[in-house]
Ligand binder design. Sequence first.
Ligand code: FMN
Length: 259
Amino acid sequence: MIFYFSGTGNSLEAAKSIANYNDERLISISKEMNSKDVSFEYTLKSKETIGFVFPVYAWAPPKMVLEFIEKLKFNNYNNNYIFSVATCGENIGNTMKVLDNYLNKKDMKLSSGFSLVMPNNYIIMGNVDSKEVESKKLQSAEETLKNINKIIKEKRTGIFQIQKGLLPGILTSVINPLFNKHAMNTKKFNVNNKCTGCGLCERVCNSKTIKVKEKPEWGDTCTQCLACINLCPVKAIEYGKSTQNKGRYKNPNINISEM
Ligand SMILES: Cc1cc2nc3c(=O)[nH]c(=O)nc-3n(C[C@H](O)[C@H](O)[C@H](O)COP(=O)(O)O)c2cc1C
């Protein structure tokens, strides 16, 4: 049973690969969270593997992923194998520790964890990767996934193949809380007159905060997944001035209809 969260398709590509290789079911965390259920209960098959695949946001799991885990309940849980893959542009700090702490509160434990470098989609600071870097990252991620898939199939425990970056403690414990406090603001999203009102941004929004009347309008809740900005077919959405004249990213191996 693989739970995934994805803004621009990288984590979905990884989750699909793992689900196919290991013959596991795939469940979208944001679809579950938007279903308005107050808790999420799943019945596990005997020895079923549990996985969490998501992008790292400021060196920690997205808030929606952690909130989901807080509401998660398994029937038949019996020390099942639990793994996680955090996709990232560069590194993930102590993301796996944060995830494990949330699992520990539910009397569960992360068996193995991985970071997976994929193209960057955070264009509020910085820009997308060059096409050359993008394709190198995607090729190398495919190779890394083959190795991850084998480890998961064999249910090997205690394997933590993680790019933490420099000073992971500071990245995760200092920068991440600042990001959660200041960067979630939806007031800076705006749309220019290229917008056709097609409604794609509303459909792909992981927080279901966007409502398109003639043009999109943002509510208060947001995960900063940047699906709206990156996937807009006419590049009409900006975040203040930070995203102007920058590239946009969508994982080329994922169809927009799957998002
Ligand atoms: C809000 C936000 C914060 C991010 N923070 C990090 C980070 O701390 N480290 C990193 O290497 N990449 C970071 N990224 C890049 C993404 O983790 C990376 O591109 C990921 O593969 C995107 O996955 P997705 O296509 O499934 O949404 C961030 C992206 C976003 C949108």
